[in-house]
Structure formats: C-alpha cells, structure tokens
Write a protein that binds this ligand. Structure first.
Ligand SMILES: NC(=O)c1ccc[n+]([C@@H]2O[C@H](COP(=O)([O-])OP(=O)(O)OC[C@H]3O[C@@H](n4cnc5c(N)ncnc54)[C@H](OP(=O)(O)O)[C@@H]3O)[C@@H](O)[C@H]2O)c1
Length: 135
C-alpha cells in the first residue's frame, strides 16, 4: 500500500504543485480545499498526470471539518504518513475597504485560517500520523 499524504489547500498554487510532486514520487495524495467541487477537480487534474489522488472538502478554520476529513482517511487508509500544512490566505489583499493598519475582518479571517487552522489540522490528524511508521 502506498504512503498517504494530505496537502491542505491543494486546489491550486503551491499546494497543488506540492501534491503533484508527492504524487509523482509515489504517494497517494489527498487534495483538499473548501469547495468539494474544486477538490474533486484538482484530484482529476492530478489523475490525468498519473497521480493517485483523492479530492476531499476541508476548511482548516473549522475543527469539525478537520474531524470529518480524519474520519474519511481513517476509513479509507487507516493512517496518514505525511501532512503538509499549506492552506493560507492573504485576506488583506481583498479586504472590503482600506484600513489604517489592519482591517479587523481581514485580521480575524487570517488568524482563523493561517494560525488556528494549523492547530486544528494537527490536532485532528495527529492520531492518524501516529499510526504511521514514519508520520
Ligand atoms: N505565493 C506566495 O508568494 C506566498 C508567499 C508567502 C507565503 N505563501 C503561503 O503559501 C501557501 C500557499 O500559497 P499560494 O500562493 O499557493 O496560495 P493560493 O494559490 O491562494 O492557494 C491557497 C490554497 O489554500 C486553500 N484555502 C484557503 N483557505 C482555506 C481554508 N480555510 N481551508 C482549507 N483550504 C483553504 C485554497 O483552496 P480553496 O480556495 O479551494 O479553499 C487554495 O487551495 C499559503 O499558506 C500562503 O500564505 C505564499
């Protein structure tokens, strides 16, 4: 059975390229994003390039979402070998209005995704990483 990798935020950009590199190295890759459709599309594009990929919805800002992903990986693979915490946003770029220093809503979204999201993801997936010989 191939090693299993999860890349958070792999529907595009650096995460997608990381998933591609892992997949071409022989990993089975779980590609994730907030939209189930975008994750499925990314998995299909990786599949076209010879990668064994599975698309799953994941919002790292929601611990419930992380737990749902953990349940799916436990059911389908029983363990996790690699976790890449890549998902992140630059909310200041699309803030609803200019701010003096840091738009309050952008700060909240950035912290929820880029900081708390990493804690949620590790908390939810660490039990599966511990089942791997090389997690
Ligand atoms: N590109 C740069 O120059 C640069 C520089 C410094 C740091 N970084 C960091 O590198 C990482 C990747 O950057 P990138 O340029 O590849 O970004 P990107 O093209 O905007 O892609 C971000 C990815 O994160 C996902 N994502 C966003 N919010 C999420 C959430 N709450 N839960 C789960 N997935 C989420 C997006 O998927 P969906 O929209 O489908 O959910 C997308 O797949 C980010 O953490 C970014 O902050 C990038």
């Amino acid at each position: 059975m191939a090693d299993i990798a999860v890349v958070t935020g792999s529907t595009r950009g650096i995460g997608f390229e990381t998933a591609l590199a892992l997949g071409l190295s022989g990993y089975t890759v779980v590609v994730t994003g907030r939209s189930e459709q975008a994750a499925a599309d990314a998995a299909r594009r990786l599949g076209e390039r010879g990668v064994d990929a599975q698309g799953q919805e994941l919002d790292v800002a929601s611990f419930e979402s992380v737990q749902r992903l953990a349940d799916i990986i436990a059911r389908d693979h029983g363990r996790l070998d690699v976790l890449v915490n890549n998902a992140g946003i630059a909310a200041e770029w699309d803030a609803p209005s200019r701010s003096q220093y840091a738009h309050p809503e952008s700060v909240r979204r950035t912290l929820e995704t880029n900081v708390i999201g990493v804690f949620h993801t590790v908390e939810g997936l660490l039990p599966l990483l511990r089942r791997s010989d090389s997690g």
